[in-house]
Design a protein around this ligand. Structure first.
Ligand code: NAD
Length: 678
């Protein structure tokens, strides 16, 4: 039967219920209904002494069907199924392999025992999706592993290997052999052991407090952390049934929240990122050895990104001194990871052993991909491309990490321009998820497919951009930054603007970001473009004045902020300078509310997004949301700028957007918002 989602086989006296819902056995309504029927039927059969639940293929229930979460849930819901398992007089054993996450793990926790393949991943990631577990996870897990550990794992949504979960007490037995046969043997000797009836172990209040503190401080992108902590604490404070009821009510409220919808949207956006229909059937080239030219800030971290993915790296610099400095950047990066316990020394040694640091371009001959990350100067990049002619054959992919330069011009300097694309990493390149892939005029489908395969291997979130100034991300970000400067000129202080955007959910406001990147980079660019600038365009010279006075950002101890012992604080000198500038330009400062600042800057982003889409630089508005969340510190739980805009009252949005055009002047054309579906 096509909709048969649970297959039943009887092994003498044990009924095995196999969940079959490819590809990941998601816990859909059909799965729940059929499991419920089977549990009730086989529990009542006198010839059956126990039941085993297992997943078909290579996983248990890897999670609930997230698509269902956007609508009213259909019955039977998961708590009802779990209640039936608990009410059954027969022991029900969960046999886990692959992944048992979210509702899948809650189902397992509702069983009388859990037996698992050691590498199976278990966990409750609901908090990462703006919810809390809603089928007893916050009540049963603390009964097995204690309150502090449950707070830690639930609030971070950690996926734990079963071998570790066994040590913690969440798994009863591990199997290294035949999971099904082991589970059947285990079931024959099992008794009813309802987790719900267990007592929650007393825990040391200090460790509970510590777990709460860590969870709250790391929960920036997880709006439900505080609710999750309360739910777990209820396990100790309230009778099981009451706490379970409360958990469900909170889950239902959060499931319907805007934040959860935004996080689900991002989840699906990430899953479909980089899947281009046009590339169907196009084979990617193998990439195992990578050359990185330029071992500065970007090159050293790009090398780490490849090493972390298990590839070999040849690192090229222009002088011996630069080479050893670049290698030191790379080894220091790993040293810090070892010191903080994120990497073990053996892994560091293995990674560094996979690097060849050299001054000779001939050493790049064996590389399947070469990424250049040298200075942002066209001539320097063109010289590199010429030099590569002798070492990069027709099969070698060449990528430029340029932020703004013309990739078509760079590609034209190579014998095989079809092999050239942009791989625009974000800093720090080994950490930031976004990877902007520039599909230049002559980039071949094979090159693009290879770049996308590389992104996947590096566990990056890829977006594909056409070649254009600033591509997608930097182009839109500069419109945001320019609008922030307009607001500063009109009366808002950079500190008010930053705190407004941080309150909205940005990791950092635009001026704090500018300080971090260095104000001189944008300054240099403004000077280079001065001749082409529309003389009618509105231009705020405050950043130029700051640079002229040596305020180049964090690296000089002063930018928009001043930095004393690494601490960022408002700088009265900067405020004076702005006041003076306004007076010189006869600007009467206005007062702005936090909401005005937020909405105006978000609209500036959305407007530029519409232009970028209309010009074909981006092909989907979803890519713009992916870019902002994964590369520019936009709060994930806000979904992204376009997602945000779609949730606003359209009439108000259009009114504010028209006003944005008026204050911004002729330098900021208004796009057509309908291309974004607004
Ligand atoms: P950087 O100055 O820190 O490093 C550049 C390195 O390239 C230097 O170590 C230099 O010695 C080396 N180099 C220069 N010419 C060379 C040559 N002919 N052969 C070998 N090595 C050479 O600069 P960076 O910040 O790492 O930026 C590098 C590139 O990455 C630029 O194109 C930049 O626009 C881009 N980028 C930078 C960032 C960022 O946040 N810094 C982000 C994205 C992209």
């Amino acid at each position: 039967m096509a909709d048969r989602r649970v297959q039943i086989s009887v092994f003498d006296d044990v009924a095995v219920l196999t969940i079959f819902n490819p590809p990941v056995n998601a816990g859909s309504v059909a799965v729940r209904r059929q499991l419920l029927e089977a549990v009730q039927t086989y529990s009542n059969r006198p010839d059956i002494i126990a039941l085993v639940l297992i997943g078909a293929g290579n996983t248990f229930i890897a999670g609930s069907d997230l698509k269902e979460f956007g609508q009213p849930l259909e019955d039977p819901q998961l708590p009802e199924l779990i209640a039936a398992i608990e009410q059954s007089s027969k022991p029900v054993i969960a046999a886990l392999h692959g992944a048992a996450l979210g509702g899948g793990f809650e189902l397992a926790l509702g069983c009388d025992a859990r037996i698992a393949a050691p590498e199976c991943m278990v966990g409750l990631p609901e908090v990462t999706l703006g919810m809390i577990p809603g089928a007893g996870g916050t009540q049963r897990l603390p009964r097995l592993i204690g309150i502090p550990k449950a707070i830690e794992l639930i609030c971070a949504g950690t996926r734990v290997p079963a071998a570790q979960a066994f040590v913690l007490g969440a798994i009863d037995a591990l199997t290294s052999d035949d999971l099904l046969m082991d589970a059947i043997a285990y079931a024959r000797h099992a008794r009813k052991r309802r987790v719900a009836e267990m007592k929650v172990a007393d825990s040391d209040p200090d460790s509970v407090d510590a777990a709460k503190r860590v969870a709250l401080s790391k929960g920036r992108n997880r709006p439900a952390v505080a609710d999750a902590i309360e739910a777990v604490l209820n396990a100790q404070r309230l009778p099981f049934a009451e706490a379970l009821h409360l958990e469900r009510a909170v889950f239902q409220r959060l499931r319907e929240s805007r934040e959860a919808a935004a996080l689900r949207y991002q989840f699906f956006a990430e899953r479909s990122a980089g899947k281009l229909q046009a590339l169907e059937g196009v084979e990617a080239r193998t990439v195992e050895t990578v050359g990185v030219i330029g071992a500065g800030t970007m090159g050293s971290a790009i090398a780490a990104a490849f090493l972390d993915a298990g590839m070999r790296v040849t690192l090229v610099e222009q002088t011996a001194a630069k080479l050893s400095a670049g290698y030191a950047l790379l080894s220091d990066l790993y040293e810090r990871q070892v010191k903080s316990g994120r990497l073990d020394p053996a892994a560091r040694d293995a990674r560094l052993a996979s690097v060849k640091a050299t001054l000779h371009y001939e050493d790049l001959a064996s590389c399947q991909l070469i990424v250049e990350a040298v200075f942002e100067e066209l001539q320097v990049k063109l010289d590199i491309l010429h030099k590569l002619a002798s070492v990069a054959g027709p099969q070698t992919i060449i990528a430029t990490n340029t932020s703004y330069l013309d990739v078509d011009v760079i590609a034209a300097a190579h014998t095989y321009p079809e092999n050239v694309c942009g791989l625009h990493f974000f800093s720090p390149a080994n950490v930031m998820k976004l990877l902007e892939i520039v599909d230049a005029e002559r980039t071949s489908p094979t090159t693009l497919a290879t770049a996308l395969a590389v992104a996947k291997r590096l566990k990056k979130v890829p977006i594909v951009a056409r070649n254009a100034f600033g591509f997608i991300g930097n182009r839109i970000y500069s419109a945001y930054r320019r609008q922030a400067e307009f607001l500063m000129e009109e009366g808002a202080s950079p500190y008010d603007i930053d705190s407004a955007m941080e309150a909205f959910g940005f990791a950092m406001g635009p001026f704090a970001v500018a300080d971090l990147s260095g104000l001189d980079i944008a300054w240099r660019m403004r000077k280079a473009q001065a001749a082409q600038r529309n003389p009618e365009a509105r231009y705020v010279a405050i950043p130029d004045v700051l640079c002229e006075r040596g305020h180049l950002g964090r690296k000089t101890g002063a930018g928009y902020y001043r930095y004393a012992e690494g601490k960022r604080e408002p700088d009265p000198l900067v405020l004076d300078l702005i006041t003076e500038y306004r007076a010189d330009n006869r600007v009467v400062p206005k007062q702005f509310t936090t909401e005005h600042i937020q909405r105006r800057l978000l609209l500036a982003i959305v407007n530029e997004a519409a232009l970028v889409m209309a010009e074909g630089v981006a092909t989907s508005e979803v890519d713009i949301d992916l870019a902002f969340v994964n590369g520019y510190g936009f709060a994930r739980w806000q979904g992204g700028p376009v997602f945000w805009a779609k949730g606003q009252d359209p009439a108000q949005l259009r009114e504010e957007w028209a006003a944005l055009g008026v204050v911004s002047g002729p330098g900021v054309p208004l796009g057509d918002l309908s291309v974004l579906g607004i």
